[in-house]
Write a protein that binds this ligand. Structure first.
Ligand code: IPD
Ligand code: CA
Ligand code: CA
Length: 266
């Protein structure tokens, strides 16, 4: 099975890089339209095209695997899942607002889990030429460089990232939480890609990250952070909406030494 995993990881890395080329090309040629899901959530024609591209490649290569993807297959019928079936989890563009505004903080995220276990994750940032990857038990990498979380142990010196949902209704609570964190830590970043936030914790560029996100935002990055030595857990009570391996409700990921203090604060 582990040689399967190695092959799946190589496949996912190549796929993420091919998808990344589509993203770079779409922006270079400005060939994308802007639309809005649920009236306010930006989705471009490139999100859809890249999602379709990735899902078609996976379906053609692994016809018996399942897919959960933000744009094409956003629902997962948990009851229909046979034990042991691999599930690919795709965010074609994580950082759509950045993409549409000409920023470079954009990623393709491809994760795979089986049952309650995250098996592999690839997060490719095409404008930064950084390919983050991890295989369970084998460490995390950026391109060929092994990743380790920072040594941060004091909240006062910690750089913490978070993000905000498109829906504004929950903002008062989020701002209150943000205020507590901002008062206690060195500073806060809102970079606009949850997948990259998780990879940046893995790379030691951030000391912690928290947010409520969807499975496709975190499936790959969560494993990359864990494999680099981060502690992963939740600041909200567990929800039952998604399988445990892709539950992004109240996600908290940090250096091991910061985790308890941050959780208490949140
Ligand atoms: C968003 C980004 C952002 C996070 C949002 C996500 P999208 O994903 O990851 O950083 O704060 O919660 O929805 O819409 O760009 O794929
Ligand atoms: Ca996303
Ligand atoms: Ca997306």
């Amino acid at each position: 099975m582990s040689s399967d995993y190695d092959q799946w990881l190589s496949f996912a890395k190549q796929l993420a890089q091919d998808a990344g080329e589509l993203i770079v090309e779409a922006r270079k040629t400005a060939t994308f339209d802007r639309n809005y899901k649920l009236h306010h959530e930006l989705v471009t024609s490139t999100d859809i095209a890249v999602d379709t591209f990735i899902c078609e490649k996976i379906a053609a290569t692994f016809p018996h695997h399942k897919i959960l993807s933000e744009e094409s297959f956003p629902e997962l019928d948990v009851d229909s899942l046979v034990d042991g079936v691999p599930i690919w989890v795709i965010d074609p563009i994580d950082g759509t607002v950045n993409f549409a505004h000409g920023h470079h903080h954009v990623a393709v995220s491809i994760g795979l889990f089986i049952g309650s276990t995250r098996i592999l994750g690839v997060v490719y940032a095409p404008f930064l030429a950084e390919c983050y990857s991890a295989l369970r038990g084998k460490g995390a990498y950026c391109n060929d460089q092994k990743l380790f979380v920072s040594a941060a142990s004091a909240l006062r010196n910690a750089l913490v990232a978070t993000g905000f949902p498109y829906q504004k209704a929950s903002l008062p609570d989020l701002i209150e939480r943000l205020s507590r964190v901002l008062h206690a830590c060195q500073d806060v970043r809102r970079n606009g890609s949850a997948a990259l936030d998780l990879c940046w914790v893995a790379a030691g560029r951030l000391d912690a990250y928290y947010e409520t996100v969807k499975p496709w935002d975190m499936a790959a990055g969560a494993l990359i952070a864990e494999e680099a030595g981060a502690r992963l857990g939740y600041f909200l009570a567990p929800q039952v909406a998604w399988p445990e391996a892709v539950n992004g409700e109240g996600l908290l990921v940090s250096t091991p030494a910061l985790y308890d203090d941050l959780k208490a604060l949140l």
